[in-house]
Design a protein around this ligand. Structure first.
Ligand code: FE
Length: 195
């Protein structure tokens, strides 16, 4: 079975100026495609991607897990972005206000945890047992291997995601992504599916 990269719902340049055409194109066609190529080389089974990640998460040999995990994480990441930004509304906004105090405080928590995270990884907005939380994971790890945690939004904080546009300023990248590119409609739909 050939496992492919996530089809983008926008063009490479649609996320400008917050995320440049060059960043999106390289990220999608080189980095993410690289994970897909490697996974297809290493894995010839027919499990769906999410099940490959779960199956290989606990094995000592990490190559299949790492490439499958990264591919799955990018699947969440690209869907977490939109060129047609709209602020959170309805139940999602209520949940943000209840759990963080305000949208701005949630953004601050995204920035704080994302910048404090050491090395490559991911910062996530998740729903867990009825509450919203920000969490980070390292390298190819994701919340999908943690019970009772549902992913609402994903931000890639590997340097390939921001270095061309923001150099060392990971916090600026996270702030712009959360405030100008985040697909809150996607997060809303995922939250509704958990209830
Ligand atoms: Fe990436």
């Amino acid at each position: 079975m050939n496992i492919s990269v996530t089809p983008l719902q926008y063009t490479f340049s649609d996320l400008e100026p917050c995320m440049s055409r060059q960043t999106v194109e390289l990220h999608h066609t080189k980095h993410e495609q690289g994970y897909a190529n490697k996974l297809n080389e290493l894995y010839q089974g027919d499990l769906p991607l999410i099940e490959i990640v779960r199956e290989f998460a606990t094995r000592p040999e990490k190559k299949i897990y790492n490439n499958a995990g990264q591919l799955l994480n990018h699947h969440f990441f690209w869907q977490s972005l939109t060129p047609k930004y709209q602020k959170p509304q309805g139940q999602l906004l209520d949940a943000i206000n209840d759990n963080f105090g305000s949208f701005d405080k949630m953004v601050a928590s995204f920035i704080e945890q994302g910048t404090a995270h050491f090395g490559s990884g991911w910062v996530w907005l998740v729903a867990s047992n009825g509450s919203l939380q920000i969490m980070t994971t390292t390298n190819a790890d994701s919340p999908i291997t943690t019970p009772n945690v549902e992913i609402l939004l994903a931000i890639d904080i590997w340097e390939h995601a921001y270095y061309l546009d923001y150099t060392y300023q990971r916090g600026e990248f996270i702030k712009n992504t959360v405030e100008k590119l985040a697909n809150w409609e996607y997060a809303s739909q995922r939250l509704a599916a958990t209830r």
